[in-house]
Ligand binder design. Structure first.
Ligand SMILES: O=C(O)CCC(=O)C(=O)O
Ligand SMILES: [Fe+2]
Length: 330
């Protein structure tokens, strides 16, 4: 699997001529039709931006219970801040009733509200305030620098996607100029007791948005994707690269020409470190709140019909998100 995991050099693409770009676009199209997962190198995100955010997240997860509680989401279903262990089951978004995921996370939303935004659901949900922790010092700065770098990288990858779909390179721009993306730092703690039957670190799910930029801990294992033949295969962290996957909105846009691949994070086997801890970052790129996502004409073959009703990016995200919250035991 490691040898065949596709790696795409973004810097090389961006400096290529039109012919070479179209050729690379066809390669991306093939990858997105088959697996929906690839690694992106040549991304230009400074190593210091990555390291500072990584260390800030680690220090936060290692901080006191009261520090973490201070950044807690104020009520069930609030999208940002600290989400403690066993409060989310991602498989529920696919209608699977599993025990909660073995993870904790910190989540942050868009860095600004676009002028004129008045939709009450948007303001209450995706533009809700990120609840910053008091410690470690510099957390917010490290976080926002990484968020900004991801927002920029996602927009560049959307240009590659446009070329891959034989659209003008800036086709997606009007849909993503006020994105409502979220950044999530994940900590899968060291496991001191055996998981319940069916309990994973992250249950099988697809991501909801346009694309996700993952940064799994170097050398770590556990992330798996469902191959077209029905087997789970592991996705190796690629040093110096981000792992990108397609989300549901890209599948809807392309009428399932591209797959929003089912993926999960499994408990490590004994050979892979047994009960070892794992950390990751996931940036969920999500088009503008009111962006209408409907089948691209270029993805409709002669006589074909769109498989999905058009959806609005924000309300769609909100409905998916709410389905995965595990109500607190009373
Ligand atoms: O931690 C990972 O590597 C993946 C997490 C993931 O798929 C998600 O949070 O959507
Ligand atoms: Fe995911």
């Amino acid at each position: 699997m490691t040898a065949s995991f596709p790696v795409f050099d973004l810097a090389q693409f961006e400096s290529a001529d039109q012919t070479a770009k179209a050729r690379e676009g066809r390669r991306i199209d093939e990858i997105c039709r088959a697996a929906g997962f690839l690694a992106v190198s040549g991304h230009g995100v400074p190593e210091t931006t990555i390291r500072s955010a990584w260390e800030a997240a680690r220090a936060f997860f290692d901080s006191s219970v009261s520090n973490k509680a201070g950044a807690k989401a104020p009520y069930d279903g609030y999208p940002y801040g600290y989400l403690g262990p066993e409060l989310e089951a991602l498989a529920k978004s696919k209608g699977e009733d599993t025990p909660p995921d073995l993870k904790e996370s910190f989540n942050g939303g868009p860095l600004k509200v676009p002028p004129g935004m008045e939709d009450p659901d948007a303001l209450a949900f995706c533009y809700a305030r990120t609840i910053w922790p008091e410690k470690p010092d510099g957390f917010m700065d490290a976080w926002t620098a990484y968020y900004r770098a991801m927002e920029d990288l996602a927009a560049r990858i959307m240009r590659v996607f446009a070329v891959a779909l034989e659209l003008p390179e800036d086709y997606f721009e009007p849909f993503i100029d006020a994105p409502i993306s979220a950044l999530r730092a994940l900590n899968y703690p060291e496991q001191s007791v055996s998981p319940k039957p069916g309990q994973l670190r992250a249950g099988a799910h697809t991501d909801y948005g346009s694309l996700t930029i993952l940064l799994p801990q170097e050398g770590s294992r556990g992330l798996e994707i469902l191959a077209p033949d029905g087997h789970w295969i592991s996705v190796p962290p690629v040093p110096g690269a981000f792992v990108i996957n397609i989300g549901d909105l890209m599948a809807r846009w392309t009428n399932d020409r591209w797959v929003s691949t089912l993926h999960r994070v499994v408990n490590p086997s004994a050979e892979e470190g047994g009960m070892m801890r794992r950390q990751s970052f996931a940036f969920f790129h999500q088009p503008n709140w009111p962006a209408r996502i409907e089948c691209l004409q270029s993805c409709l073959g002669a006589g074909e019909q769109p498989k999905y009703e058009p959806v609005l990016s924000g309300p769609y995200l909100m409905s998916k998100f709410k389905a995965t919250t595990v109500p607190k035991a009373s």
